[in-house]
Unconditional design. Structure first.
Length: 139
């Protein structure tokens, strides 16, 4: 029942040493809509971006190992990874690489019915870009 939900939003807070580059990458390149921005008197700055629906995926170490093997061919995941669903994984991956992300693995068809790529992105985040193709469910 929707009215009994206690959690209304999930917000991932990223401390980015190069604040301007991270905002540019996620807002201007990836296309996340700016929801709120506040700059203080010094170097205090925050930008909140709307990235659509949020989910919290909790995976066992064995599941993370399997996902890494499928997407990248070896274990590369940090403890936290961010995944963005897009409509065209190849196009978005190419665009993000052109904008400065480091490609770890190109778009790869997964057994669970999606096309996934893996990148190291600004803000120290490892990112999966995925396009649902239809199949066994989500990652």
């Amino acid at each position: 029942m929707a009215s009994s939900r206690r959690v209304l939003q999930m917000r991932l807070v990223v401390e980015a040493g190069d604040y301007e580059d991270a905002v540019r990458f996620y807002r201007d390149v990836l296309g996340a809509a700016e929801e709120f921005q506040l700059h203080g008197d010094g170097d205090e700055r925050v930008t909140i971006l709307d990235v659509g629906r949020a989910t919290l995926e909790i995976s066992s170490p064995e599941q993370v190992d399997m996902i890494d093997r499928v997407e990248v061919g070896r274990r590369v995941s940090p403890r936290l990874r961010v995944a963005f669903e897009v409509t065209d994984a190849q196009q978005v991956t190419d665009h993000l690489v052109e904008a400065g992300a480091d490609l770890l693995a190109p778009p790869t068809r997964t057994p669970w019915g999606s096309l996934n790529s893996r990148l190291d992105a600004p803000g120290g985040l490892q990112v999966t870009v995925f396009e649902e193709l239809g199949g066994a469910g989500s990652e």
